[in-house]
Design a protein around this ligand. Structure first.
Ligand SMILES: *[C@@H]1O[C@H](CO)[C@@H](O)[C@H](O)[C@H]1NC(C)=O
Ligand SMILES: *[C@@H]1O[C@H](CO)[C@@H](O)[C@H](O)[C@H]1NC(C)=O
Ligand SMILES: *[C@@H]1O[C@H](CO)[C@@H](O)[C@H](O)[C@H]1NC(C)=O
Ligand SMILES: *[C@@H]1O[C@H](CO)[C@@H](O)[C@H](O)[C@H]1NC(C)=O
Ligand SMILES: *[C@@H]1O[C@H](CO)[C@@H](O)[C@H](O)[C@H]1NC(C)=O
Ligand SMILES: *[C@@H]1O[C@H](CO)[C@@H](O)[C@H](O)[C@H]1NC(C)=O
Ligand SMILES: *[C@@H]1O[C@H](CO)[C@@H](O)[C@H](O)[C@H]1NC(C)=O
Ligand SMILES: *[C@@H]1O[C@H](CO)[C@@H](O)[C@H](O)[C@H]1NC(C)=O
Ligand SMILES: *[C@@H]1O[C@H](CO)[C@@H](O)[C@H](O)[C@H]1NC(C)=O
Ligand SMILES: *[C@H]1O[C@@H](CO)[C@H](O)[C@@H](O)[C@@H]1NC(C)=O
Length: 464
C-alpha cells in the first residue's frame, strides 16, 4: 500500500513539475510571438498596442488577448478594427493554444505565413477587410478544427483550393469580395456542417456544380452574386432543404427558374436578377411561405406576374423591374408586409388593383414605364407609409379635378411623386399646397396640367 502511495506521490510531483515547466516555457513563447507581431506593425495611429502590449505586464492583461484559465496560454487574439497597418510574422504560428484569430478590419498586407499551419486548435479565423494578396493559403486545409474561415474583402486571387473539403467541421466559409477565379470546386459540396457559403463578388466562372447541394444538408446561405457563373440554375438546389438565402444575381445564368426552388420552404430571400434568365416566373414560388424578398430585375422574364405572389403574407420586397412582363395585376387581399414594390419598365396593363391598394405598409411603389390605364385611384391616399410613388410613363387618366393629388396630401411621408407622361388632363388643385414639407421631388410634366404651382415650392426639385 505504502509503495503504491509513494509511487503516486512521485508521479504527481513529476506531472506538476512537467506542467509547470511547459506552461512557463510556453507563455513566454506566446509573449515572444505577440511581441514579434507588435514589431511587424508599421502604423498604429491610436498607439493601442504600442502603449498596452508592454513587456513588463502579464500577457493576459494585454488588450485583445484572452488566455485559457487552466493552461494560461493565449487562446484568442482579437485586434479587430484598430486601424493597424503591418504584416503577420511567422512567429504567430507558435501560439499553439490559439482557438480564435481575429484581425478583422485593419490594413494587414502581403500574406498569411505558412507557419500558421501549426495552429492545430484554431476554430475561428477572421481576416476580413484587410489587404492580403496572393493565393488562398493552402495551409488552411491543414487546420482540422476550423469552423469559421472569413477571408472576405481582401485581394486574394487564383483558384479556390479543392483541398478545403478537408475541413470537415467547417460551418462558415466567407471569401466575398476578392479576385478569385476558376470554377467552384465540386468538393465544397462535401462539408456536412456548412451553413454559409459566401463567394460573392469574385470572378468565378463555369457552372454551379449540379451536385453542390447533395451533401450540404445544413446550408442556410448560398451567396454567389456578382461572379461570371454560367449554365443553368441546377434544380438540385432543392436538396439544400434549410436554405434561407439564395443569392445568384449578376451572373450569366441562362434558362428558366427551376420550379423545384419552390420546394425550399425555408427561403426568406431569393435573388436571381441581372442576368439572362427567361421564361415565366413559376406560380409555385407562391408556396414559399417565409419569403421576404423576391428580386428578379433586369432579366428577360415573360408572361404575367403570378397571382400567387400577391398572396404572400411575408413578402416585404418585390423587384421585377426591367423585364418583359405583361398582363394585368390580380385583385386580392394584398401583401400585408409589403414595403417596396418595383414593377417599372415592363408591359403591365390594366388598372391598379386591390392587391396593391390593400398592401397597407407599402413605402415605395414604382410601376413607371408600363401600359397601365384607368383613373389613378384616390385610395392611394390611404397608404399612410408611402414615401415614393412613381406612376410615370403609363396611360393613366384622371378626373379634371385631379382628385388623386388631393387624396395623396394625406400621405405625410411622401418624398417623391412622379406621374409625368400620362394622359392626364386637369387643373392642379389648390390642395397641392397641403403636401407635407417632406415632398422633395414632384414631376407632372408631359401631362396636360393647368393651374399654378404653389409659390413656396421653389425649393423643390420638380416640374409640372
Ligand atoms: C491594457 O488594456 C487593458 C484593457 O483595456 C487594461 O486592463 C490594462 O491595464 C492595459 N495595460 C497597460 C499596460 O496599459
Ligand atoms: C473582437 O473585438 C471586437 C472589438 O472589441 C468585438 O466587437 C468583437 O465582438 C470581438 N470578436 C471576437 C470574436 O471576440
Ligand atoms: C491596399 O493596398 C493598396 C496598395 O497596395 C492601397 O492602395 C490600398 O489603399 C490598400 N487598401 C486598404 C483598405 O488599406
Ligand atoms: C487533410 O487533412 C489531413 C489531416 O487533418 C492532412 O494530413 C492532409 O495533408 C490534409 N490534406 C490536404 C490536401 O490539405
Ligand atoms: C419539388 O418540386 C417539384 C416541382 O415543382 C415537385 O414535382 C416535387 O414534388 C417537389 N418535391 C418535393 C419533395 O416537395
Ligand atoms: C390566396 O390565398 C387564399 C387563402 O390562402 C387561397 O384561397 C387562394 O387560392 C390563394 N390565391 C392564389 C392565387 O394563390
Ligand atoms: C404591351 O402589351 C400590349 C397589350 O396589353 C400589346 O398590345 C403591346 O404590343 C405590348 N407591347 C410590347 C412592347 O410588348
Ligand atoms: C382588399 O382585401 C379585402 C380582404 O381583406 C377584399 O375584400 C377586397 O376585395 C380587397 N380589395 C380589392 C380592391 O381587391
Ligand atoms: C388643407 O388641409 C386643411 C387641413 O386638413 C384643410 O382644412 C384645407 O381645406 C386643405 N386645403 C385645401 C386647399 O385642400
Ligand atoms: C517560433 O517562431 C519561429 C518563427 O516561425 C521563431 O524562429 C522561433 O524562435 C519561435 N520560437 C520561440 C520559442 O519563440
Amino acid at each position: 500500500m505504502g509503495k503504491i502511495c509513494n509511487l503516486f506521490f512521485a508521479l504527481a510531483i513529476l506531472i506538476l513539475l512537467l506542467h509547470h515547466h511547459t506552461s512557463l516555457a510556453n507563455i513566454d513563447t506566446d509573449k515572444a510571438a505577440l511581441i514579434a507581431l507588435k514589431s511587424h506593425i508599421s502604423f498604429d495611429p491610436n498607439n493601442i498596442l504600442a502603449s498596452n502590449w508592454s513587456s513588463s505586464g502579464p500577457v493576459y492583461s494585454w488588450i485583445g488577448i484572452t488566455c485559457g484559465s487552466r493552461h494560461h496560454r493565449v487562446t484568442a487574439l482579437n485586434i479587430s478594427s484598430m486601424q493597424l497597418h503591418g504584416t503577420i510574422p511567422p512567429h504567430l504560428g507558435n501560439l499553439s493554444f490559439l482557438v480564435s484569430l481575429n484581425i478583422y478590419n485593419n490594413n494587414f498586407h502581403v500574406d498569411l505565413p505558412n507557419e500558421l499551419a501549426h495552429l492545430q486548435r484554431l476554430k475561428f479565423i477572421n481576416v476580413r477587410s484587410n489587404n492580403f494578396t496572393g493565393a488562398i493559403p493552402s495551409f488552411l486545409s491543414l487546420l482540422p478544427n476550423l469552423r469559421y474561415m472569413i477571408l472576405s474583402w481582401n485581394q486574394f486571387s487564383g483558384k479556390i483550393p479543392s483541398s478545403l473539403s478537408n475541413l470537415t467541421k467547417l460551418e462558415f466559409l466567407g471569401f466575398q469580395k476578392n479576385s478569385l477565379e476558376g470554377e467552384i470546386p465540386r468538393e465544397l459540396g462535401d462539408l456536412p456542417y456548412l451553413t454559409i457559403l459566401d463567394l460573392q463578388d469574385n470572378q468565378l466562372a463555369g457552372s454551379l456544380p449540379t451536385t453542390i447541394c447533395d451533401h450540404l444538408p445544413n446550408l442556410e446561405g448560398l451567396h454567389l452574386t456578382s461572379n461570371s457563373l454560367d449554365g443553368v440554375i441546377p434544380p438540385n438546389l432543392e436538396k439544400c432543404r434549410k436554405l434561407q438565402i439564395l443569392s445568384l444575381s449578376l451572373n450569366e445564368f441562362v434558362g428558366t427558374i427551376p420550379r423545384e426552388l419552390a420546394n425550399l420552404t425555408a427561403l426568406t430571400k431569393l435573388f436571381l436578377g441581372e442576368q439572362h434568365l427567361e421564361g415565366e416566373i413559376p406560380v409555385e414560388l407562391g408556396n414559399l411561405k417565409k419569403l421576404q424578398q423576391l428580386s428578379l430585375p433586369d432579366s428577360m422574364f415573360t408572361g404575367s406576374v403570378p397571382a400567387s405572389i400577391f398572396n404572400m403574407s411575408t413578402l416585404q420586397l418585390i423587384d421585377l423591374r426591367q423585364n418583359k412582363l405583361s398582363g394585368t395585376l390580380p385583385s386580392g387581399r394584398g401583401m400585408p408586409s409589403l414595403e417596396e414594390l418595383y414593377f417599372g419598365l415592363n408591359n403591365l396593363s390594366g388598372s391598379i388593383t386591390g392587391s396593391i391598394l390593400n398592401s397597407s405598409r407599402i413605402r415605395l411603389l414604382d410601376i413607371s414605364g408600363n401600359s397601365f390605364t384607368g383613373q389613378i385611384p384616390v385610395s392611394l391616399g390611404n397608404l399612410e407609409y408611402l414615401e415614393v410613388l412613381n406612376l410615370a410613363l403609363n396611360s393613366f387618366s384622371s378626373d379634371s379635378a385631379l382628385s388623386f393629388l388631393t387624396s395623396l396630401t394625406n400621405c405625410r411621408k411622401l418624398r417623391v411623386l412622379k406621374f409625368n407622361d400620362n394622359a392626364l388632363d386637369g387643373v392642379l388643385p389648390a390642395s397641392v399646397g397641403n403636401f407635407s414639407n417632406s415632398l422633395q421631388n414632384f414631376r407632372g410634366d408631359g401631362c396636360k396640367l393647368k393651374g399654378a404651382i404653389p409659390r413656396d415650392w421653389s425649393d423643390k426639385d420638380g416640374s409640372a
